[in-house]
Design a protein around this ligand. Sequence first.
Ligand code: DX5
Ligand code: ZN
Length: 216
Amino acid sequence: MSILIAPSILAADFANLQKEVEMLNKSQADYIHVDIMDGVFVPNISFGIPVTEAIHKHAKKPLDVHLMIVNPDSYLEAFRNAGAEIISVHYEACSHLHRSIQAIHNLGAKAGVAINPHTAIDLLGEIIADIDLVCVMSVNPGFGGQKFIENTYSKVSKLKDLILKKGSSAKIEIDGGVNLDNAPKLIQAGADLLVAGSFVFNSDDPQATIASLKQF
Ligand code: DX5
Ligand code: ZN
């Protein structure tokens, strides 16, 4: 199967959000990645439920919602109602991760677990069979436009091995600093879905950039 691409709306022009979503509708993007930051789990605040709803109102692609927030359980239903197809919570933000995953599934959404760069793949051993996606952070979450962390390749290989060993159907998503240099190596290591924010939206032709990421 060819690589899936999820442009991150965080890098879009927020003053022209409808236009940006319509551009993504016309592109080869598979998902729209929606970054939610609370200023507590990460040192930045992005936007929340009403803006997610507004994106969903115009989107023809499913929303992949990445919750970089503490206490995500309190907001799962609101983000599902706002149009999330995939909801990812952070491993580091959930004391009862299994319960959070169950809650996402009970809402009829796909459940993802995001892991920070320092979080070991082995920690997912007991949850990998229950989830639909692992979002491997290839930057420290909180900001777009950061430099890709090279250690990600080996984490993706380890994760691929774990998924095969446990018979899991979880997809591997990579989030942060993705570009045309690292995309082929990430795909080779086992990535299924690439998030790209600044690389897409800061380019002269975002639709062509999305198409170029899908070539591998
Ligand atoms: C980082 C976010 C990413 C970010 C990616 O905290 O989770 O999704 O928007 O942006 P780029 O591709 O610019 O690193
Ligand atoms: Zn993200």
